[in-house]
Design a protein around this ligand. Structure first.
Ligand code: NDP
Length: 399
């Protein structure tokens, strides 16, 4: 029985909290702490009546000393960071100071650049080793389950993995002309950045949204998808021995891309501050304020997501292909926990990752990406907690 401190009270946090309460045999208590305490209290109210004790607290996670004071007061066994990527380092610093395990779902980003690199967090490796505590980076769906799938393919089906294609399809429709499924600032920064893929030992940069493929996704059908840079490729390139190529594709509708192009062309997606009526404002942050709150999309979104990985390589000297994926239904997620599938597919793995650390299965001193652990117990828990996976040994391959 353990106690978790969760930082953040947004879309993903709500799913993590619901799932910790479902997994009450592991999570005896959860403290929900965020910048706006009313959001923590509203979430607590929804969770009341279960076996897991729920408490709330206010914290500014940009301030290490506030975090340290909170951790000392709550005395958690793990800190689950589902605030924004900007808070990763301050929360890791606080975990180091108090010797508490750490888990997040997205890599650190400085406010003024959108780089999607692990270097800042990997730099904590030695300090976490010395402190005898575990940090698990990027334990949502992608990053997260995408890498568990890689470790699973490597362990069970391949002697050598040559290529990995990570495919992320969202066929959900929320009825708005334009909205993002998770934090708009983070989402738009990711999509408007240059694309990249890994090939023969190095990363190759591409213009944003310039490489397009069409794929016939199981249970969803034909969708256009675009090559993006995505953070898990950086760690997979190091941790999957001999891999020759890694690509990441995400689906976008023509309508979404048209809106995005216009917003970009008029300067609304910029992260450079501008002067407006005597104030400095960041256009992308202003855009976030006028777009629908991703948390409000839950009741309106219909359709399914399909996220998975296609592998090609060798097994016993023969060519082998393998596709493992999860299909998640937005409306079913909403019925179960009051959130759409994007928050759901991120929050469930975060809870499972925390449970892996608490049970000792994924506990060792240092800073790790999820493919560095045994995938089998995690894969079992995915089936148990709402993200069952399917596999195919004869998948359509991506050109
Ligand atoms: P939201 O914007 O819905 O929630 C973010 C939460 O963090 C809010 O409650 C916000 O508080 C809180 N927060 C922000 N800054 C601070 C601060 N300084 N101190 C304390 N709390 C703070 O985001 P999501 O729930 O959609 O996303 C959460 C994380 O999950 C992000 O890092 C995102 O990148 C990641 N993610 C990962 C995915 C994956 O598959 N790996 C997929 C989708 C998301 P307030 O309410 O006051 O603003």
């Amino acid at each position: 029985m353990a106690k978790a401190l969760m930082i953040g009270a947004g879309g993903v946090a709500s799913v993590v909290a619901h799932k910790c309460c479902q997994n009450y045999e592991v999570f005896e208590e959860i403290c929900i702490a965020s910048r706006t305490i009313s959001k923590c209290d509203a979430l607590k109210e929804k969770l009341e009546g279960g076996k897991t004790k729920v408490t709330t607290a206010q914290v500014d996670a940009d301030k290490v000393e506030e975090l340290v004071a909170l951790i000392e007061q709550v005395k958690p066994d793990i800190v689950i960071n589902v605030a924004l990527p900007y808070q990763d380092l301050t929360i890791m610093d606080a975990c180091l100071a108090t010797k508490v395990d750490y888990l997040d779902t997205a890599n650190y980003e400085p406010l003024d650049t959108a780089k999607f690199e692990y270097k800042w967090q990997w730099a904590y490796k030695e300090r976490f080793e010395k402190a005898g505590i575990t940090a698990i980076l990027g334990c949502g769906f992608d990053p997260g389950v995408s890498q568990v799938f890689c470790a699973y393919a490597q362990k069970h089906y391949f002697d050598e993995i040559h290529t990995i294609d990570i495919l992320d399809a969202n066929a959900g429709d929320h009825g708005y002309p334009f909205a993002t499924n998770f934090n708009p600032e983070i989402n738009i920064r990711e999509i408007t950045a240059n694309g990249s893929y890994f090939e023969n030992g190095k990363f190759i940069e591409t213009e944003p949204i310039s490489i397009k493929r069409t794929y016939n996704f199981p249970e969803i059908g034909n969708k256009d998808m675009y090559l993006l840079h995505h953070e898990e490729m950086e760690s997979l390139a190091l941790n999957i021995p001999g891999v020759k190529r890694i690509r990441f594709f995400m689906t976008f509708s023509e309508r979404y891309l048209t809106h995005l192009r216009v917003l970009e062309n008029v300067g609304m997606t910029s992260i450079e501050p501008i002067e407006y009526e005597g104030h400095k404002i960041i256009p992308l942050q202003f855009l976030k304020a006028v777009l629908p709150d991703p948390a409000s999309l839950g009741p309106r979104t219909k359709g399914k997501t399909n996220i998975g990985c296609i592998f090609s390589g060798l097994k016993d000297g023969k060519e082998q292909h393998y596709y493992v994926y999860n299909v998640c239904d937005h409306e079913e997620c909403y019925r179960e926990v009051g959130s759409q599938a994007i928050s759901y597919t991120t929050g469930v793995p975060a809870m499972i990752g925390a449970a892996m650390v608490l049970s000792g299965k994924w506990k060792k001193p240092g800073v790790f990406n999820v493919e560095e652990f045994d995938p089998d117990p995690f894969m079992e828990e995915l089936n148990k907690f709402g993200l069952p996976w399917k596999e195919s040994f004869n998948p359509e391959l991506v050109e």
